[in-house]
Design a protein around this ligand. Sequence first.
Ligand code: NAP
Length: 301
Amino acid sequence: MTFERVAIIGLGLLGGSVGLAVREHLPGVTTTGYDADPATRERAAERGLVGTVCETGAEAVADADLVIFCVPVGAIGAAAREVADAIPAGAVISDVGSSKAAVSQALSEALPSNVVIPAHPVAGTERSGPDAGFSSLFHHRWCILTPPDGADAEAVAKLSAFWEALGAKVETMDAAHHDLVLAVTSHIPHLIAYTIVGTASDLEDVTRSEVIKYSAGGFRDFTRIAASDPTMWRDVFLTNREAVLEMLGRFTEDLTALQRAIRREDGQALFDLFTRTRAIRRSIIEQGQDDARPDFGRSDH
Ligand code: NAP
């Protein structure tokens, strides 16, 4: 048994995908939704992202037994406070935010009488908004639940069953550990992509048209990540500050070691590292987390 009435606050990529996935995989479950942006609400209704698009958050949550906040992590506290008075006492509260310790605290403070079980489906694209969502977004992707100590076990089990029904695999961990793991697997890679694309666009000796023309050399793979939503990523770095700074320190040390290997013409050090990293790519493909086709399956070459 999972939930019967799911309210989704925020109808962009993640909220829209949850709504569409519920419709496809849990047809008996009713969905209501609300987004702060009237244009998004209109588009969400046209696409049928949820059964009922409401004009206020309070209306959307009024009858829910599960409320999922799908707004940028910096907006979750305010979004929760806005609907706090309208949320039924027994409703389970969750979210899809990319950082977990700060979100967990914001939700618990805003909704002290509800069971709060934060979650992060590790699935997404560089697109955002009400046209970006699709029902299979969570298929074969991990969804990490970070229940606080002493969380209601039945609620955790129901939320796990919910995400499994949408096609995800569920893992449970401590919020602080989540933030460290995601700093290295997601947040730092985004920071590196934002940096390299920014650096390339600021160069004086290489023209912007050359950067674009020869991008198939590797640059374009960074541009996909660097095209991700600026609001979402600003909030991720501000709410996962400590873990990101810790991992960034480690990354900077490793980068300096590589710089030294290049300067000293230490080919063996470079070769050894590149051999190790190749094995990681193989494991990701073996575990079904990416496509093995050359060039990420692009057909334009
Ligand atoms: P999105 O497409 O931009 O959708 C977020 C929506 O929430 C926007 O329509 C936004 O409206 C709305 N919103 C903001 N504040 C609100 C409020 N107080 N009440 C109601 N609606 C509000 O973003 P997304 O990619 O779905 O990201 C949503 C969450 O998912 C974030 O916490 C993110 O960290 C997490 N996440 C994202 C990915 C990914 O790859 N994108 C993956 C996993 C998890 P406005 O545009 O008017 O602000």
